[in-house]
Design a binder for this molecule. Structure first.
Ligand code: UTP
Length: 296
């Protein structure tokens, strides 16, 4: 089995209810951190990891997301005429090669596992990556690249993991660890949002490299926890059937941009990471904090 990973699925068909009313008309993935939509961070990470085919699983109301990847010829020629080469460069950085993007529809929001399964014919019999755009990760090298490097050694399937406090495990898929090799762990099992007795404090976050057999498992799955078809269950089935699943403790900082608090934290972190903004923004944050302290 080849270990080259060239395809990535971006499940973007969720309803994004935590960001209503904004998500009434804007896809969550178009919301911006500083000046780039969440989807652009995900695409850049995938490209850096060598992904060549980008498969979006979309739903009703995601038109703005498809438009985002169109070449903006008029805008490009206006910027060119005006000599705004730096902006032109930024704009061109968002262009995708013809034929590199495919859109497939998830007709009903039946869960992440179902969204991934919708892309089965486009993935075929190859290992593939899954990127959840909600999880924005500051990492060097970028998280998916770290995973692909680790996966070249291990094969099997691989999920990105991070340690969370015991009371937060109930919000994540959690690994049951068979063997801890440091950065990489071998999983014995995986439980989605354990209500009690989590098998470890290693939470799975939104980056995966999956064997094609995971699609076969999704085919078989009926409904797992919460009435949705869970990707976690299909990955756990790999282990049940004797195939390897690994977790990678990636190096970097992950922001849960699917939640309001996480989105705001990411805005601060990415704002402070920008040379042209950091001084003014840091001064502002310092002022806000000192005013808050004075008021307490
Ligand atoms: P979430 O659990 O964050 O759900 O999905 P959501 O609908 O996006 O947001 P809230 O909870 O209503 O605010 C995690 C990821 O899985 C995708 C979402 O688009 C998101 O990237 N997803 C989820 C699907 O593509 N289809 C689904 O049926 C469910």
């Amino acid at each position: 089995m080849s270990r080259k990973v060239t395809k990535a699925i971006f499940p973007v068909a969720g309803l994004g209810t935590r960001f209503l009313p904004a998500t009434k008309s804007i896809p969550k993935e178009i919301m911006t951190l500083v000046d780039r939509p969440l989807i652009q961070y995900a695409i850049d990470e995938a490209r850096a990891a060598g992904i060549e085919e980008f498969i979006f699983v979309t739903s009703r109301g995601k038109g703005a997301l498809e438009d985002y990847f169109d070449h903006a010829h008029e805008l490009e020629s206006n910027l060119k005429k005006a000599g705004k080469n730096d902006l032109l460069e930024i704009l061109r950085g968002t262009n995708m090669d013809s034929g590199a993007i495919a859109y497939i529809r998830q007709h009903k929001a039946l869960g992440l596992g179902h969204a991934v399964w919708c892309a089965r014919r486009l993935v075929g019999d190859e290992p593939f990556a899954v990127i959840l755009t909600d999880d924005v990760i500051l990492g060097e090298p970028p998280c998916l690249q770290q995973m692909i490097e680790a996966y070249q050694e291990t094969g099997g399937s691989m999920v990105a993991t991070m340690e969370v406090s015991p009371e937060r495990t109930k919000s994540y898929g959690v690994l049951d660890v068979a063997e801890d090799m440091g950065a990489i762990v071998r999983a014995r099992g995986m439980v989605e949002k354990p209500k009690e007795n989590p098998p470890s404090n290693l939470a799975v976050i939104g980056r995966y490299i999956l064997a094609p057999t995971v699609m076969t498992n999704l085919n078989k799955l009926k409904q797992g926890s919460g009435g949705e078809i869970q990707l976690t269950d299909a990955i756990a089935d790999e282990i049940e059937e004797g195939r390897d699943v690994f977790g990678l403790r990636f190096r970097g900082q992950r922001f849960d941009c699917g939640s309001k608090a996480g989105f705001l934290q990411a805005t601060v972190a990415f704002g402070l990471a920008r040379d042209e903004l950091k001084d003014e923004f840091a001064d502002y944050l310092a002022d806000v904090l000192s005013m808050r302290r004075a008021a307490e």
